[in-house]
Ligand binder design. Structure first.
Ligand code: FRU
Length: 488
């Protein structure tokens, strides 16, 4: 058990040899990833400050350095010229002042006048462990030097809202800067507040985002607002939704509502239904940024709060998803892996075959880290799909059942169990006799993009290191299929 004294320490206050010892433990973890962003030691959670500045992508993440638990949060900094090869730029923000005594919490970044502005929540607790949130600003210059504003720019929660007020997402429109901030009303329901500023220092509350959902969970974390073409997208991570059939099966959710552009004077947002962004077991607190070529790119935390992680015994926990490009079609966001990932492609293998009642394996179709595109055309099968990371009984199954017209991810036999109290199967409805699965497998994760990003399933899996098989199958009839795979 971790005591508060152990959890609430700054990176600077590490004990001699503490981090080196932890690194040793981490290096023998069987589940270290190969092409995903993961912490050197300790726990990673939300992506923060995702932005483009001075010719590079910048991405920070919530980090507790000393072990696989939530404690004093820092911002760790990564940068990249292509969204794929990331360089560790080191510790970026560590708690220093009264307004962030118990953690530098989540926030966002915006390049403006030769500087990268970082807008984040300072978490504080008093002696009775009562929380007061502060919204704070830091600035990074072109040399990567970061300095914080002397004082917080929004102190405490506005009247009518509880201590749960955090995660500012910043953008600029016209002559103003805007931010949406996650909040909880005094009646314990979640919402987001819209703020405006002319100078990034003084912030004026416009009001709650005016939407059609009256009660939707007890808190909304990590809100994000952006336009795609003529559409407005409001994305957030609501906590406290009850599971409803195939929906909302994880402990907390992440999704969006699409509508017309947000009215920035009034906060009125006219929108469609709440849609989950991801159907997998491990996805939360995503954040988007606008790339210089106009693409809207999203990265999420491949993990969730309050769910056990088998990798934790190795002294670290969680990773980020691969970056996804968002587009909008027929009232819905489509998510596609960014094209830059193709630079990771190594040896290629291809196959074209017919599956009929049973399993098939092929030469070169094995591995632990790869990208694979499968195209199935169903003829008469009741179900068909693929088993990944297989050996003996172990397998991670991605399949389509024609009876239910559903895509299914089953990690019941994926290896070390994780979060089984939230179930081991995820499903989503999709009606098509052509099913395309674009799959990214890393040492301890799988990301499946279905039918060009109509649906995505993101999950950690914890197989044995020698579970490297890939088995294709159909049942009850025939399905044509093509596969291409690149080793990573
Ligand atoms: C979401 C979250 C944020 C908060 C951060 C703390 O996972 O709880 O609301 O700012 O994590 O690490």
């Amino acid at each position: 058990m971790w005591t508060n004294e152990q959890r609430y320490r700054r990176f600077t206050d590490q004990l001699p040899g503490e981090i080196e010892e932890l690194r040793g433990k981490v290096s023998s973890s069987p589940w270290r990833q190969s092409f995903h962003i993961q912490p050197d030691t300790g726990l990673l959670n939300d992506p923060n400050g995702f932005s483009y500045f001075k010719g590079e992508y910048h991405l920070f993440y919530q980090w507790f350095p000393f072990g696989p638990v939530h404690g004093m949060k820092h911002w760790y900094h990564m940068k990249s010229s292509d969204l794929v090869h990331w360089e560790e730029a080191g510790l970026a923000l560590e708690p220093e002042s009264y307004f962030e005594s118990h953690g530098v919490f989540s926030g966002s970044g915006l390049a403006h006048e030769e500087k990268l502005y970082l807008f984040y929540t300072g978490n504080t607790r008093d002696d009775d462990w009562i929380r007061t949130p502060y919204q704070c600003m830091a600035v990074m210059d072109k040399n990567g030097e970061i300095s914080k504003f002397k004082d917080a720019v929004i102190k405490g929660s506005p009247k009518g809202y509880t201590e749960h007020f955090r995660d500012p997402k910043l953008w600029k429109a016209g002559n103003f800067f805007y931010a949406v901030i996650g909040a909880q009303r005094e009646n314990l329901t979640g919402t987001a507040l819209l703020y405006r500023s002319e100078n990034l220092r003084e912030w004026e509350l416009i009001g709650e985002l005016q939407i059609d959902l009256k009660e939707f969970g007890f808190m909304w974390e990590c809100p994000d607002y952006f336009d795609i073409g003529d559409h407005g997208i409001f994305l957030f991570s609501p906590q406290g939704l009850e599971a409803d059939g195939d929906l909302y099966n994880n402990i907390y959710q992440s999704g969006y509502m699409a509508g017309s552009k947000l009215n920035l004077e009034t906060g009125v947002f006219t929108h469609g239904p709440f849609l989950e962004l991801d159907r997998g077991f491990d996805f939360y607190a995503p954040q988007t940024m606008l790339a210089p070529d106009g693409r809207r790119i999203l990265i999420g935390w491949m993990g969730l709060p309050d769910v056990e992680d088998p990798a934790a015994e190795g002294g670290w926990s969680h990773c980020l998803t691969i970056p996804r490009e968002l587009s909008f079609l027929n009232g819905k966001l489509l998510q596609q892996p960014v094209k830059e990932l193709e630079s990771l492609r190594g040896a290629k293998a291809e196959i074209k075959d017919v599956l009929a009642d049973g399993h098939k394996e092929y030469q070169s179709f094995t591995g632990k880290t790869y990208e694979m595109i499968l195209e199935f055309e169903n003829k008469s099968a009741v179900e068909f799909g693929v088993e990944l990371r297989t050996r003996h009984n172990e397998k991670t199954v991605v399949k389509y059942t024609d009876k239910e017209k559903k895509v299914i991810l089953d990690r019941s036999l994926s290896g070390a169990p994780a979060g089984v109290e939230y179930g081991t199967v995820r499903k989503t409805r999709l009606e098509s006799h052509r099913i395309k699965l674009h799959i990214f497998v890393d040492v301890s994760s799988v990301e499946v993009f279905v039918n060009d990003g109509e649906e995505v399933f993101t999950s950690r899996i914890y197989p044995s290191s020698d579970s490297e098989g890939i088995r294709f199958f159909a049942a009850g009839g025939e399905a044509n299929f093509k596969a291409v795979k690149w080793n990573y």
